[in-house]
Structure formats: C-alpha cells, structure tokens
Design a protein. Structure first.
Ligand SMILES: NC(=O)c1ccc[n+]([C@@H]2O[C@H](COP(=O)([O-])OP(=O)(O)OC[C@H]3O[C@@H](n4cnc5c(N)ncnc54)[C@H](OP(=O)(O)O)[C@@H]3O)[C@@H](O)[C@H]2O)c1
Length: 273
C-alpha cells in the first residue's frame, strides 16, 4: 500500500496543529490519505498546512480552538464527525511549558500548563472515544507527552506530562475490549516554538547562531526559517518535528491488534526538559 493511501477514508484530528510537532503530524497524516482536522490558535499557519495537504491531493479542514475550554474540544470532535461521519485518529498534541522553579512560579502559568497539557488532553480523549465507538472505528488516541515524564524532578511542566503518561496507561486498560489503541509519545528536545517561554537569553543565543534577524518576544512564535536553520546545525541536540511525525504515522497505521504503546523519539544527546 502506498504512503498516500494508508489512511484513505479515515478522519484524523490534531490539536496544536499550527506549529512544530502537531503541524508535522497533521501534514504526515494528510499525506497518508486521512481527512485531517487541524486545530490550534494561529489560523494562517494551519491554512498553509491545509494548502500543502490539498496540493498533494489530500483533504484538510482548519479550525481555531482553545483546548483549555472543554466545550471547544468537544465542538472540534463534533465538527469532524458531522463533516465526515467518523473519527479514526485523535492526536492530543497542544501543549505549553513555563520552565520556572516551583518556589518562584506563577500560579496562572501553572493553570495554563495544567489546563492545556492535561485537561484539554483528557477531554479530547473522552470525546474521541465516544466518537470512535459510535462509528465503530479501529481508532487510535495519540497523546503527546514528553521525556520530562521519565524524570521525577521535571517541575510543573514535567508533572503535567507524568499525568499524560498515567492517563494514557489508564485509558489503554479501559479500552482493552474496544478497537481503540492508545499511543503515548514522549519526544526529547525538538526544534519548535516550544521554547517560546524559555529564558530569552538562552533562546536568543541559539537564534543568533542561525543568522536570522528576529526580535524575540517571550510567549510569541518565531519564523519557520529559524528552525529550518537551527535544527540541522544542532541535530545532535535537537530533533526535527518530522522525526516525531514519522513515529506517529507508523504507530497509527499498524493493524489494530498491535499497540505501539509508548514511544520515545529523541536526538542522540539528551537535554533535560
Ligand atoms: N519541542 C520539544 O522539545 C518537546 C519535547 C517534548 C514534548 N513536547 C510536546 O510536544 C507538544 C507540541 O509542542 P511543540 O514542541 O510542537 O511546541 P509549539 O511549536 O509551541 O506548538 C504547540 C502547539 O500547541 C498549540 N497550543 C498551545 N496552547 C494551546 C491552547 N490553549 N489551545 C489550542 N492550542 C494550543 C500552539 O498553538 P499556537 O502556536 O497557535 O498558539 C501550537 O500549535 C506539546 O505537548 C509539548 O509539550 C515538545
């Protein structure tokens, strides 16, 4: 079967599809034949992905949603089911990190991490299971965790990813009798906008090395050009979003009696996240 037809007639949702890992997964699933529903907050970036998917003969729909709001996550799943009659792959990828020490941390940033990384993912899993059961899908829940979940002292961000690992393992057990498999993905350091809330001096140093002139604003996205130059320069320390997307595509295209349960995708040298 060709790469372009493995997910023919399947419907996939990807949250956080406007950047980095989610964007790459969305484009991979689209190239494999799925009708992809891209969800995120930055519409222009997702429209560009939709154009690329459609130029290659695929199907894509763009929606702006905030995963911190359970109603918006449920509405996203409802849209996909209403438009295509089914749901086969749900990628809960939207996530954010504020790497502060706990003793100096801001409870509003903790709330943002907990609501985005944990609550949004939980509601996404629940809504997706109901939709997959209703259409009798051979489905996959893909939860994007982190290698931070493998360290006991990875801060508030890490604790959200420990929660993701626990949610994935629990759902895997709850869904043993269903035709729904749970794939838990733990990336290492990947060149994306993930560092948008990191120390501007550290990020600025890396960006300067690329030669790209960009004004860094904490919390804001950087141009793709930065990552296109940075990742090949630092490939020992920074993976590419496509590396993660390739692993996800592999896991969701296996027969339903095979569960690639936990995947770590990382560059050769490991940074602590
Ligand atoms: N990059 C890494 O080193 C790394 C390592 C391990 C795990 N991860 C995990 O990988 C996942 C993807 O991160 P990334 O590296 O691709 O970072 P990224 O480039 O910053 O992408 C994050 C995505 O999540 C979206 N998002 C954030 N908050 C949202 C919200 N409240 N509602 C809807 N969408 C929201 C962003 O949308 P906008 O940009 O439109 O705001 C963006 O599309 C996250 O779960 C992250 O924890 C990343």
């Amino acid at each position: 079967m060709s790469a372009g037809s493995r997910l023919k007639d399947r419907t996939a949702i990807v949250t956080g599809a406007s950047s980095g890992i989610g964007r790459s997964i969305a484009e991979r699933l689209g190239a494999a034949g799925a009708h992809v529903f891209l969800s995120g907050r930055t519409r222009d970036a997702m429209e560009a992905s939709k154009a690329r998917i459609e130029a290659a003969g695929g199907r894509a729909t763009v929606g702006t949603d905030d995963v911190r709001d359970p109603a918006q996550v449920r509405a996203l799943v409802d849209r996909a089911v209403r438009d295509t009659g089914r749901l086969d792959v749900m990628v809960n990828n939207a996530g954010v990190s504020f790497p502060q020490p706990i003793v100096d941390g801001d409870p509003e940033q903790w709330r943002t991490m907990l609501e985005t990384n944990v609550l949004g993912l939980l509601v996404g899993c629940q809504a997706a299971v109901r939709a997959m059961r209703a259409c009798k899908a051979e489905g996959h829940l893909v939860n994007v965790s982190s290698i931070a979940a493998l360290r006991p002292d990875s801060g508030v961000y890490g604790s959200t990813k420990h929660a993701v690992n626990c949610i994935s393992a629990t759902l895997r057990r709850e869904l043993e009798e269903d035709t729904i498999r749970v794939v838990n993905v733990m990336p290492g350091a990947i060149a994306t906008n993930f560092a948008r809330n990191f120390d501007p001096e550290v990020v600025g140093g890396m960006v300067a090395a690329t030669g790209v002139q960009v004004e860094l604003k904490p919390g804001e996205r950087m141009p793709d050009e930065v990552f296109d130059k940075l990742q090949p320069m630092m490939r020992q320390l920074l993976g590419s979003p496509d590396d993660v997307a390739d692993a996800v595509l592999y896991a969701v295209t296996l027969p339903i009696h095979v569960n690639v349960a936990d995947i770590v995708v990382r560059p050769p040298k490991q940074l602590n996240l």
